[in-house]
Design a protein around this ligand. Structure first.
Ligand code: CO
Length: 134
């Protein structure tokens, strides 16, 4: 069902510092910082030859990544995103196995402008999994 690794998301406290680290120390192709108020995060995309890294910094008092950064004050891997061809078919297949879909269970338009769903980390080896319709 799952296809390519679309991105690995890393939560950070200081997205400017994290961007500089990837750009200057690691020599990566780093995007501008984009505030995404509807998602409660600012994002930077780092384009690698075979996938992307998504840096996430909390934006606003009810950002969905604030709790994660309380538990991981140095930042850390927040989720991984796999591509699927048909997100509704993937959801039904997963629900039939007992996997839990977070939120309303309906796909939302994610930070890349495509439909996404998140799967409960307890059902996937302690890893928050995002599915994105490619
Ligand atoms: Co993501």
């Amino acid at each position: 069902m799952i296809g390519r690794l679309n991105h690995v998301a890393i939560a950070v406290r200081d997205i400017a510092a994290a961007s500089a680290l990837y750009r200057d120390t690691l020599g990566a192709d780093v995007s501008e910082i984009v505030p995404q108020h509807e998602h409660g995060v600012s994002t930077v995309f780092i384009n690698l030859p075979n996938t992307k890294i998504e840096l996430l910094e909390p934006l606003g008092a009810d950002s969905p990544i604030l709790k994660f950064l309380e538990r991981n004050p140095d930042g850390g891997i927040h989720h991984i995103c796999y591509e699927v061809e048909d997100i509704l078919a993937a959801r039904e297949q997963l629900k039939a196995t007992g996997a839990r879909v977070l939120g309303t269970g309906e796909p939302r338009i994610g930070a890349h402008g495509k439909p996404v769903l998140f799967l409960h980390p307890k059902d996937f080896n302690g890893t928050l999994v995002e599915l994105e319709q490619a």
